[in-house]
Design a binder for this molecule. Structure first.
Ligand SMILES: [Zn+2]
Length: 261
C-alpha cells in the first residue's frame, strides 16, 4: 500500500508570513519542503507526495487541509518559521485531543530535526519543550496525523542559520527522514544513470570530447546512422559531479538525455 505524504509549505504568494533579517518565511518554507521532497525521491520508495503550493502561490488556510483530506493523505506536515523574538525549534499538534500516531509523528520529527540542527550550533527546543499543542486550523481540520514545525525564529539571532542553505537542506532532509521512519518506508539504493549526448560534428564534437577527456570521465562512444559520434557518459548518481556534466551540456545548448542504468 503506497503511503501518501502531504507537505504544507507555510504561507506563500500574497502572504509572505513572518519577515525579518532580510528573510521571508514563505521562501524558507518553500526551500525546506523542496529539500524534503527531493530527499524522499532519492532515498525511499513506496510513497507519493504532494505539496500545498509548487511555487510562490497564495493558498488560503481552508484549502490546505482540504487538499490533504480529499487526496487521502496518510500524514500532513506543515512547515513554518517562528517569529516574536525568541529562539529555537518547536512543533505543534492539535490541542483538542490527538491519537498516539500523531504524537509519534511529532516525536520523530522533533528528534530528527533537532539532531540535524545541532550539527550547525547549540540549538535548543524553544522554551525548553519542543512538543507543543495549539489550535491551528491546518491541525484541527485535517483528518490524518498532522504536525506543524516551527523551524527557528526569523527575527532573532536564529536568522544566521536560516540564511545558510546547507542548514535549510539539513532541516528539509530531517523532515523527510522523520516522515519515512514514521511510515516505515523502505530505503532504496540511489538511482544510477548515464548521460547520452552527441550527434555533433566539428566544434560541438570537439568541445564535448575535450570536456570529457579533461574531466577524466568514463564514456563509451558510438556511431549514429549518419556516422555522427554519440557518447554514453557515466554511470552517475545525483552528485556534484553529475550536476557539473549537466551544467556543461545545458550551458552550451547541447542535446542530451538521462538514461537509467
Ligand atoms: Zn508561519
Amino acid at each position: 500500500m503506497v503511503k501518501k505524504i502531504f507537505w504544507d509549505k507555510g504561507h506563500g504568494g500574497a502572504d509572505p508570513g513572518a519577515c525579518g533579517n532580510g528573510l521571508r518565511e514563505s521562501d524558507l518554507t518553500h526551500a525546506i519542503v523542496e529539500y524534503a521532497m527531493g530527499y524522499m525521491n532519492a532515498n525511499y520508495s513506496g510513497f507519493e507526495q504532494r505539496t500545498s503550493r509548487a511555487g510562490d502561490q497564495t493558498v488560503p488556510l481552508g484549502q490546505r487541509d482540504d487538499l490533504a483530506d480529499n487526496w487521502g493523505a496518510d500524514i500532513f506536515i506543515s512547515v513554518h518559521i517562528n517569529a516574536g523574538g525568541g529562539t529555537g525549534f518547536e512543533s505543534y499538534v492539535y490541542n483538542g485531543g490527538v491519537d498516539a500516531q500523531t504524537l509519534a509523528l511529532q516525536k520523530v520529527l522533533n528528534d530528527e530535526i533537532l539532531a540535524a540542527m545541532r550539527q550547525f550550533g547549540n540549538i535548543q527546543a524553544h522554551g525548553g519543550a519542543a512538543a507543543r499543542q495549539d489550535n491551528f486550523s491546518v491541525l484541527r481540520e485535517t483528518n490524518m496525523p498532522a504536525v506543524l514545525t516551527e523551524n527557528l525564529f526569523i527575527d532573532s539571532n536564529d536568522a544566521q542559520y536560516l540564511k545558510n542553505t546547507a542548514f535549510l537542506q539539513a532541516v528539509g532532509e530531517a523532515h523527510a527522514r522523520a516522515a519515512a521512519k514514521h511510515l516505515g518506508l523502505p530505503a532504496q539504493s540511489p538511482k544510477q544513470f548515464f548521460f547520452y549526448t552527441g550527434g555533433y560534428s566539428g566544434e560541438g564534437l570537439a568541445k564535448i570530447h575535450s570536456y570529457l577527456m579533461g574531466k577524466g570521465l568514463g564514456f563509451t562512444p558510438s556511431r549514429g546512422r549518419e556516422g555522427h559520434l554519440f557518447f554514453t557518459v557515466g554511470p552517475f548518481q545525483e552528485t556534484a559531479a553529475s550536476a557539473d556534466v549537466e551544467g556543461f551540456l545545458k550551458e552550451n545548448g547541447y542535446w542530451y538525455s538521462k538514461q537509467q542504468g
